[in-house]
Design a protein around this ligand. Sequence first.
Ligand code: ASP
Length: 345
Amino acid sequence: MPLSRRDFLERSAAVAAAGFVPRLPSSELFADPAPAPGFRARPCVVSSSNGIRGVKVAYDKIVAGEDPLDAVIAGVNIQELDPNDQSVGLGGLPNEEGVVQLDASCMHGPTRRAGSVACIENIATPSLVAKAVMDYTDHVMLVGDGARRFARAMGFKEQELLTEKTRQDWMRWKSRLNANDAWLDHDDDLKIKFTTGTINMNAVTVTGDLASVTTTSGMAWKVPGRIGDSPIIGAGQYCDNTVGAAGSTGRGEANIKTCASFLAVEFMRQGLAPEAALIKTLERVVAMTEARLLGPNGRPKFDLEFYAVTKDGRYAGATLYSGGRFAVCDAAGARIEEAVYLYRR
Ligand code: ASP
């Protein structure tokens, strides 16, 4: 049974009466540590590399004093609405039936709130619907048709998200199916990538306030109804205003099993620098990988990328395999940087 706050207080009182005095009054045990007076972070926005335009938009907003979550959502909206980014929103690659189903989630550090939508159809900006779930409901997560109907009720416009280009890619994929095809096969020969991206973006303001968002069309050609890591709080992204924020792109199934964005933030809470926290997270992912997804050398056959920012404005990107890149914007401007990695390719 979880301990209610009331039980906790009663037990603390009983323990105190028996001669043990808790080190801190309970109000302090439950409070966030306040930043030291005069605390100043280095404002910074970090994202997957497809967010190179978005990090600049988000950074300009946070230095102008706008809310960090509004800023990162404005950043990812660029990719959601870009039909040429096939990993997200309009023009995202569809499921096996040719239907675009989108996932997104967000967290707002200062108010400790979260919102999420999964498997939503016909709405190009699921990141904004996730924020609407956070802002206007008593819930954290809406899925499928309920999420779409909620979005429509909130005034979002419904539209066809399958573009001519993604329809053709889907037909090309379909035409390769044959009697020997198995659900678990990854067809290495297929020129269209099996997983396709996603955008995660995290920001810290000058006062150390944090936010994170992840939005995606998920794994291409997925089984209808499949939900990836992106809408799962603690997997696709996680944000704790006392520590930092982290998020992910890549094979969502591997991320969900390790609650990896939450884990990365916890490693930073323990004092690890963001690079070290992300590498330790990747090691956990490898340790939790099932045998069928490991190559002969014991390394995963997939890739997974993480991005993180700390409350004071340090940042990192990390990937399982070398060659990964991520986008960052701070006082030095928007740029692409090399990610740290676990294995050399
Ligand atoms: N993480 C996404 C998912 O599994 C896909 C991706 O980032 O490539 O849905």
